[in-house]
Design a protein around this ligand. Structure first.
Ligand SMILES: [Zn+2]
Length: 206
């Protein structure tokens, strides 16, 4: 757990540099690039939104080999995203998984409006809808805050590898909310959300 705390601290301070416009652009030099041809040991997995305004390496001021990033609209983990996360945890032994949402998320907004312009977008909306139902608010940002907690809570229920890693203390899953305007990453508590499985209505049950 000590390793997780130091990784969280590195992300906090990196985000602080980004917010203050004091980026160091660390580990983006030729030496690092060459050293990384021997392999990777990323300090964190980030499951983030595909939104062009939320690139994890930029907002955390991290470098090559630092973050194992999986992105999809609305930070929804489909089976391939889940496989990528499992690889990072199982093979690379990455100790921290950040589920990173952001304010004004278009995918969450589409879920609120229940927009289904194509089958694929409809499936995405369906995957986010339980968060909209659970949030009991019409605020997009408040729903995103619920959504990242819900995704964080359900990931281990969908993956034996992740569940075991959490149980063994080898993995910590943290929900976070990026604020588009300020650049601040707000670290969220799980609150009432606990790791569990979803029922047919998308509620997380223990
Ligand atoms: Zn988004």
């Amino acid at each position: 757990m000590e390793r997780v705390q130091s990784v969280l601290q590195a992300l906090r301070t990196g985000n602080q540099r980004f917010v203050e416009g004091k980026m160091r652009y660390p580990r983006q030099d030729e030496t690092t690039r060459m050293a990384l041809t021997r392999g990777q040991t990323p300090r964190a997995v980030v499951l983030g939104c595909a939104d062009s305004r939320v690139p994890p390496e930029v907002i955390f001021d991290q470098g090559l080999g630092d973050l194992f990033v999986v992105r999809s609209a609305g930070n929804i983990p489909d089976v391939y995203a889940l496989a990528s996360i499992e690889y990072a945890v199982l093979v690379l032994q990455t100790p921290l998984l950040v589920v990173l949402g952001h304010t004004q998320c278009g995918a969450v907004r589409a879920a609120i409006e229940a927009a289904r312009p194509t089958p694929a977008l409809g499936a995405l909306v369906d995957a986010i809808r339980p968060s909209v139902e659970a949030a009991e608010t019409s605020s997009v940002d408040d729903i995103v805050a619920v959504h990242v907690r819900r995704v964080a809570a359900t990931l281990p229920a969908r993956s034996e590898i992740l569940a075991q890693a959490v149980a063994d203390g080898r993995l910590v899953i943290v929900p976070a909310l990026y604020h588009l305007g300020t650049g601040v990453v707000e670290w969220l508590e799980m609150g009432d959300w606990r790791v569990g499985i979803e029922d047919e209505e998308g509620r997380v049950c223990l």
